[in-house]
Design a binder for this molecule. Structure first.
Ligand SMILES: Cc1cc2nc3c(=O)[nH]c(=O)nc-3n(C[C@H](O)[C@H](O)[C@H](O)COP(=O)(O)OP(=O)(O)OC[C@H]3O[C@@H](n4cnc5c(N)ncnc54)[C@H](O)[C@@H]3O)c2cc1C
Length: 519
């Protein structure tokens, strides 16, 4: 299966650039800015408005080894520890060392972070960090990052351009096909970067914007790219959910002193981990679920200890407090009911340290990629840093390859024939999300994954719209990967294999051929 779209390239309007970047979050914009600075003619495609992205929603901040009691070595060790044996050391070194310069660059571009009375950066703490090393701007760091990067990007942006297919021949990428204003358009370039963000939006309960449906990862899978560590999804322990959806309550809230209590008002995290509320995310997530089961009631996040430390929560967390107040809740007085939800996609398109994928001319960056810096579980606030660090490196990698890769318009005469549906059923994205949440969620088992694989194969081969089939295909790849990993590690927990197993202390790889039997 390659194309999900019928097209004949000769009948489609086209534009040609030196480089195409798909996605306008921190990864795509950082890459786009660097490419423009090098002098390349860049076109950045984005599915919705430029600012709609996970980046824009990030609350907590950016982890960086800048405090005087910190060092890249310490940051490296914390990253390794959180990643449960699967962090790629070379990549993590790049992250923590180049990260310092990239955050300083961001400040030079105009990003505001909180400072003390002397104008020195303030740092906050999040789970599994041994020191307070997170730079932040109120509880809307992501908005500040997105604003700064958008203001500094000088290339072209096409809004409302949903990339649907890659133009690939003989394992060489020549551009993308996107739906713009309801019409297909080809964007040719010798080098293309996928920066389409993660896939947590494929789960019913999640913190992500509606754009995070793993589009770029699903597309790359269809065109033969090698994917990595697909089974690892990070669930965040503290979201507020009601019938209208979920929103994140940042870990920085616990970093500033908020505690988790059960329905009896008892602080229970000490039963599960010596770091209490600041234990790794997967531990807190499962502890919350377990405490709910044991007590038969809700688990709450109590903000009041923050105020007891003399911090005004309305000033420190204005967005969270406002959103809670809109729901009729007052965190100054009442503990807030919370629930774990899908938050961050650890797996993705396998890349080298310059973002190269297994397809020539195709690069990936940000949450859509898998560099291996997060291992089996991401250290909080390392992801924006990854976008900044690898966004720059990928631009350099693209430039290096652009110098010898040329567009060959004879080769580009590509015709796509949509993979024929095997059944006439039409599903919605909600169907995919329901299957993922119920069967490929916080706790998985061979039984739940078998159900998911059956159902997602059916949806992926149905007559459903592009978005649903592309999402179902990636969901299927996640479920198969989760089935193969017969252990529990980091963000992947199997009730039938509840421990780490040494023989699985390795990265998993996945290509479309792994799905042949199922489609
Ligand atoms: C609520 C929340 C809070 C977070 N808090 C933090 C934090 O405090 N610190 C931290 O480090 N990380 C945090 N994260 C994670 C971090 O924000 C993301 O990992 C990071 O921003 C990802 O950046 P990105 O550029 O890879 O993807 P995104 O920012 O998601 O951008 C993806 C872009 O791709 C576009 N796109 C998607 N599909 C297509 C398509 N088919 N065609 C064209 N365009 C497409 C989207 O519209 C979007 O512009 C948080 C995430 C969330 C959701």
């Amino acid at each position: 299966m390659k194309s999900l779209t019928d097209f004949d390239i000769l009948e489609i309007p086209s534009e040609t650039y030196d480089a195409v970047v798909v996605g306008s979050g921190a990864a795509g914009l950082t890459c786009g800015i660097a490419l423009s600075e090098i002098g390349l003619n860049v076109c950045l495609l984005t599915k919705s408005t430029p600012e709609e992205s996970s980046t824009n929603l990030a609350q907590g901040g950016i982890a960086v080894a800048l405090p005087k009691e910190d060092s890249p070595d310490l940051h490296f060790n914390d990253t390794l520890k959180a990643g449960a044996g699967l962090v790629k050391p070379k990549m993590a070194r790049i992250l923590v060392e180049e990260g310092v310069k990239r955050v300083i660059d961001l400040i030079k571009m105009g990003a505001q972070f909180e400072t003390d009375s002397r104008g020195l950066l303030k740092f906050t703490k999040e789970a599994a960090h041994s020191v307070a090393r997170i730079v932040y701007y109120k509880d809307k760091t992501g908005e500040e990052v997105e604003r700064t990067l958008l203001e500094n990007y000088r290339g072209k942006i096409v809004e409302g351009a949903q990339t649907r297919e890659l133009l690939v021949k003989n394992n060489r990428c020549y551009g993308v096909l996107a739906l713009v204003n309801g019409k297909l358009k080809a964007f040719y370039a010798p080098v293309v970067a996928i920066a389409t963000g993660g896939a947590a939006g494929l789960y019913l309960k999640n913190t992500n914007p509606p754009t995070s449906t793993g589009d770029g990862i699903g597309i790359a899978l269809r065109y033969g790219a090698t994917l990595q560590d697909l089974e690892f999804v990070q669930f965040h322990p503290t979201a507020f959910c009601d019938e209208s959806g979920c929103f994140l309550i940042s870990e920085a809230v616990r970093g500033e002193g908020a505690v988790l209590i059960d329905k009896h008002g008892r602080r229970f995290m000490g039963d599960y981990h010596h770091l209490w509320e600041l234990a790794p995310r997967d531990v807190v997530t499962r502890a919350v679920e377990s405490q709910k089961r044991i007590t038969g009631g809700e688990v709450y996040l109590d903000f009041r200890p923050i105020e007891e430390r003399g911090i005004d929560i309305e000033e420190r967390f204005p967005t969270i407090v406002r959103k809670l107040k809109e729901k009729g809740l007052n965190p100054k007085k009442d503990p807030i009911p919370i629930t774990p939800v899908a938050h961050y996609y650890i797996g993705g398109i396998k890349v080298d340290s310059f973002g190269r994928t297994s397809i020539e001319g195709l690069f990936a960056v940000g949450e859509a990629s898998c560099t291996g810096v997060h291992g089996a579980n991401r250290l909080a606030s390392n992801s924006l840093l990854e976008c900044l660090v690898f966004g720059n490196r990928v631009a350099y990698g693209m430039y290096r390859d652009w110098r010898y890769l040329r567009l060959d318009f004879q080769e580009i005469r590509i015709t796509g024939r949509g993979a024929p549906p095997k059944n006439s059923q039409v599903y919605s994205l909600e169907d995919v999300k329901q299957v993922m949440w119920e069967n490929v969620g916080i706790v998985r088992s061979a039984e739940s994954l078998t159900k998911a694989i059956d159902r997602l194969s059916e949806i992926a081969s149905s007559s459903s719209p592009w978005q649903v089939r592309n999402g179902a295909l990636l969901g299927l790849a996640i479920a198969v990967s989760a089935m193969r990993r017969e252990e529990s590690r980091g963000g992947h927990y199997r009730s039938d294999f509840p421990y780490e197993r040494e023989e699985f202390r390795k990265h998993s790889e996945f290509t479309i051929t792994d799905l042949e039997r199922l489609l």
